[in-house]
Design a protein around this ligand. Structure first.
Ligand code: ATP
Ligand code: MG
Length: 563
């Protein structure tokens, strides 16, 4: 490809909303252009990278027996109503105005629908179905460029199985394929235990890169033995004590005490004797959650315990229901609430909590004696520095960007849509499903996040738009251009992708800057002075290392470097 006629609109300035490096570099190097908030056009250079990523994904999916489909982006809303996901996705789901259709944000419904109509026997199973296709999500805050778009390309795959062992196998195959895909794309990634969120199902893992630009938070053991999304992470923390004797409960006046710290100071007690109450709506029912001391309630954990969306209760409603303000709420004598408590408080006594009366607390609460706790669960958010669950390491908290997510769905969708198969004995069972996603744009952006310098992008060979950036330096010399033209043909005829900066009216400095910005792995520089000695310069973009090669040996050298 010749730069003089190729559409690569590079720019020096980036828009104000481009705050992360990958977003800035993708605009500057002419890979993408925004059309509207969270909606991007992929320009020719960028699309070459996307195609390469898609090909790697396709090869690895085919290698585990995946069969490629292409499902429609337009789905009947009825199908989504049947699985309850019109509600679960809420505003994130795009609805079509003049037809009962939605724009699909993922394709579990369509896959289950096909299986329902076309799979009847255990003999038809297992299946691995995948596609590389556009998804639509009305993301509330599209930002970070293509990392969070309202339209994006996903590789989504689905396993259909007759047994739970089959599901485990399909899940493991995907985990292995994902490792290969991200490794081949030159990414430094890690895998974390994750929450299943609106997808439903049991086990799930996310593949991430570490990045301050990430919207996910991960707890990681310093020795690498553990990593989990903060939404599900746990640690080894000591439980509250159970004292031998539970003293009689009594009320204490605690004027102007609003926070746990103030309460601990006022009563001169340890934090682990305090049971903090946090109140949420879980559907129509108020839920009081008891946390130890200053432990922070983890909403994602609460949501998976409740099995539905939760939201903090409004201050006025809380007062209506309990007769007290937030700082004085407690579990004793509370009617009409579900009471949940964090595992740390299981069986605890000698606790202090709100008395459901402004400015009063109760002392010597015994959770077994004085109230009914409907369930103890792991509900706390882990903190940096806590001991990892194997007791051997400390946890650190890092930010990450999710590249991919694999889920064991189970029978959630087959139950909802009545997707059955007949087993060996002719008995009907729901098909067991798994679902697995990778963001194609995210691979591109994450690669740039991990592989750039002050001058621009540094592409890995595997997904670089071109392997070689050929530069003809010196606008006057026709010899230089002649030689560069010859080399261009030679390299291209060998099947190597080469971008040729054949522009005549551009200064060498400008050409070098552009080459560094665009980031092809190798720059082949044809200049007058070297050419006079029969030599050509090759520069490696990543290291900046330069070598001089005899004209006749250039192709051979490039072949060697790319091997
Ligand atoms: P996130 O937690 O970042 O919102 P998600 O959990 O909604 O992502 P999945 O439904 O698991 O994502 O989708 C599978 C993959 O699709 C993700 O791992 C991610 O790589 C990609 N993806 C999801 N949402 C977007 C988006 N808005 N823009 C670009 N890629 C996305
Ligand atoms: Mg996810």
């Amino acid at each position: 490809m010749k730069l003089s006629s190729y559409f690569i609109p590079t720019v020096k300035e980036v828009p104000n909303d481009a705050v992360i490096v990958s977003h800035q570099l993708m605009i500057r190097s002419g890979l993408i252009r925004p059309l509207s908030s969270g909606i991007y056009c992929w320009l020719p250079l960028g699309y070459r990278v996307m195609l390469k990523v898609m090909e790697i994904v396709r090869e690895e999916m085919n290698a585990i027996g995946g069969q490629e489909f292409h499902f429609p982006g337009l789905n009947p809303v009825e199908l989504w109503e049947q699985t309850g996901r019109v509600q679960a996705f809420g505003d994130t789901l795009f609805h079509i105005k003049n037809r009962p259709l939605v724009l699909a944000p993922t394709h579990e419904e369509v896959v289950a629908w096909i299986a329902k109509n076309h799979i009847s026997s255990y003999r038809d199973l297992p299946q691995i179905w995948y596609q590389i296709q556009t998804k639509f999500r009305n993301e509330p805050r599209p930002r970070s460029g293509v990392l969070r778009g309202r339209q994006f390309i996903m590789k989504d795959s689905y396993t259909l199985d007759a047994s739970w062992e089959g599901l485990d196998k399909g899940y493991d195959l995907h985990a292995e394929a994902y490792r290969k895909i991200f490794t081949r794309c030159g990414l430094k990634f890690f895998v974390v235990g994750a929450s299943s969120g609106a997808m439903g199902g049991s086990a799930s893992q996310e593949f991430m890169i570490e990045s301050d630009a990430g919207e996910d938070t991960v707890a990681m053991a310093e020795d690498g033995s553990y990593a989990a999304n903060l939404e599900v992470a746990s640690s080894l923390v000591p439980p509250a004590k159970r004292y031998e004797v539970s003293q009689p409960m009594r009320e204490v006046h605690t004027p102007n005490v609003k926070t746990i710290d103030q309460l601990a100071e006022f009563l001169n007690v340890d934090h682990n004797q305090l049971a903090k109450s946090v109140v949420y709506w879980g559907g129509e029912r108020p839920i009081l959650v008891l946390m130890m001391g200053n432990d922070e309630l983890n909403e994602a954990k609460l949501m998976s315990v409740v099995g539905a969306e939760v939201r903090p209760i409004e201050a006025e409603r809380l007062q209506d229901l309990t007769g007290a303000e937030g700082g004085s709420i407690g579990p004793v004598g509370l009617k009409g609430f579900t009471i949940l408590a964090d595992n740390r408080l299981e069986g605890a006594n000698e606790l202090i909590s709100g008395a459901n009366k402004n400015d009063y607390h109760l002392m010597h609460i015994d959770l077994r004696r004085d109230c009914t706790v409907d369930g103890y669960h792991d509900l706390r958010t882990v903190q940096a520095g806590e001991t990892s669950t194997n007791g051997k390491s400390r946890l650190k908290i890092v930010h990450g960007i999710e590249l991919g997510h694999i889920f064991k769905l189970g029978t959630k969708y087959s139950d909802a849509l009545n997707v059955k198969f007949l087993d060996v004995n002719g008995k009907e069972y729901p098909i067991i499903m798994g679902s697995y996603g990778i963001g194609i744009e995210r691979i591109v952006a994450c690669h740039i996040e991990q592989s750039h310098d002050g001058d621009g992008i540094i592409w890995d060979k595997s997904i670089a738009p071109f392997q070689v950036h050929l530069i003809a330096v010196g606008s006057k010399s026709s010899k230089v251009f002649e030689m560069a033209e010859n080399l261009y043909d030679l390299i291209q005829d060998d099947g190597i992708e080469v971008l040729f900066d054949d522009r005549k009216d551009i200064s060498p400095g400008f050409k070098f800057k552009d080459a560094d910005l665009l980031g092809m792995p190798y720059q082949v520089i044809v200049g007058e002075r070297n050419l006079a000695q029969g030599k050509i310069e090759i520069k490696e973009r990543r290291t900046g290392e330069r070598i001089l090669v005899e004209v006749e040996k250039v192709l051979e050298k490039i072949q060697q470097l790319l091997a």
